[in-house]
Design a protein around this ligand. Structure first.
Ligand code: GLN
Length: 387
């Protein structure tokens, strides 16, 4: 009996997508034994009390499905945090949804908005899940370049890019991979651009608690007009050093949350139960995030001090746990080629920004994650100084 080679007839919905750069670089780092400053995750553990809390909730039998929208205590703690931090009122029952990571929340928000042929504006360098999420839903990503090294949003270009088909603008602050942050005047410009339109804003704020030099995080939640049309995405992985737990959330006005949950309930249904209970305890006690910026700013400054005297030139990092380093004094290789060679020959893995670019040629910079133990940063910097 002959079998039809079914894949010959299979039309990929994402023909130009390969394996995500984070998986590629983390695997390469593991294969060659390099220090992994590529994928963004801490190499130190979370607060043991958080692990203890999860274990306690498991022992107490909280091991079955959570409510689809998230456990009430966690949704209440999230709403209270938005009130306290940004003066924004979200109803925990109708406006807060717990998701299986920020990436799920981003996908749901795109899927609920984008019909085939719709346009969504993204800024490159652009976190690598955004464009595939738009395209798998039949949309078109309209890519606006942020230009190295300032990476400012060119608001005139945004204005010019809006058409009758524009349904969504995706923003990210603090920004991965450039480590820039949106300012209050960026939000004013954004409010002007979207006024009088039906455009929904997807605001990826997963690094909201990692922002440096006493700068204020300009959440969409601060501005009533923007908040009314925004799905704001947050993540506990970044805030509590538990990226592997994959717990995030979205806050949005009730009408948007209703649509968001329609997608969420059929993507993952619900997020795991015991971690939600434990995170609710931490969040309602305000554990962790008030000190997080200072914690990571010290690591940023340590990393910068350690690479002083090397031929890498830092681009200012204003937030996130990423640092771009310009390597043009070392080589004129393209970023992917250099990132691979740096990993294999010098034992330090990083992320090339070309993985986040669609239109522009990549500048000579690589993204390094400094969310690591001091000794890891010391060992990595020692290697970087030899180049
Ligand atoms: N957000 C992380 C980073 O930018 C990676 C997350 C992932 O691997 N999906 O490094």
């Amino acid at each position: 009996m002959s079998h039809e080679p079914v894949l010959n007839h299979f039309a990929s919905k994402l023909p130009s997508v390969g394996t995500t750069i984070f998986t590629v670089m983390s695997k390469l780092a593991a294969d060659v034994g390099a220090i992994n400053l590529s994928q963004g995750f801490p190499d130190f553990d979370c607060d043991p009390a958080l692990v203890e809390a999860v274990a306690r909730h498991m022992r107490e039998g909280r091991n079955q499905y959570a409510p689809m929208q998230g456990v009430p205590a966690l949704r209440e703690a999230i709403a209270a945090a938005y009130k306290e931090l940004y003066g924004a009122t979200y109803d925990p029952d109708t406006e807060v949804t717990v998701t299986s990571g920020g990436t799920e929340a981003i996908f749901n928000a795109v899927a609920m908005v984008i019909h085939p042929g719709d346009e969504a504006i993204v800024f490159e360098p652009c976190y690598d899940s955004y464009v595939p999420a738009i395209e798998v839903n039949g949309g078109r990503a309209i890519v606006i370049p942020l230009r190295y090294p300032e990476y400012r949003v060119p608001w005139d270009e945004v204005r010019a890019a809006i058409t009758a088909r524009t349904r969504m603008i995706l923003l990210n602050s603090p920004h991965n991979p450039t480590a820039t942050v949106l300012s209050a005047s960026d939000l004013t410009e954004l409010a002007r651009v979207v006024a009088g339109t039906d455009i929904i804003i997807l605001s990826d704020e997963v690094y909201e608690h990692i922002i440096f030099d006493s700068v204020r995080h300009e959440s969409m939640a601060r501005d009533d007009a923007l908040r009314a049309r925004s799905v704001i995405v947050g993540s506990f992985g970044k805030t509590y050093h538990v990226t592997g737990w994959k717990v995030g959330y979205a806050v949005a006005p009730a009408a948007l949350t209703t649509e968001f949950r329609k997608v969420h309930q059929f993507v993952t249904f619900a997020t795991n139960t015991p971690t939600q209970h434990a995170l609710a305890e931490f969040l309602s006690a305000r554990k962790g995030y008030p000190e997080l910026s200072a914690f990571y700013q010290r690591k940023r400054d340590l990393f910068l001090r350690l690479i002083e005297g090397s031929r890498f030139r830092p681009v200012p990092s204003r937030g996130t746990y990423f640092q771009l380093l310009d390597y043009s004094a070392i080589t004129d290789e393209e970023d992917m080629a250099f990132a691979l060679r740096l990993t294999k020959e010098h034992g330090v893995a990083s992320i090339p920004t070309s993985a986040f670019l669609y239109k522009q040629k990549a500048p000579s910079v690589l993204r390094f994650c400094f969310g690591k133990k001091d000794e890891t940063l010391e060992r990595a910097a020692e290697r970087l100084r030899t180049l």
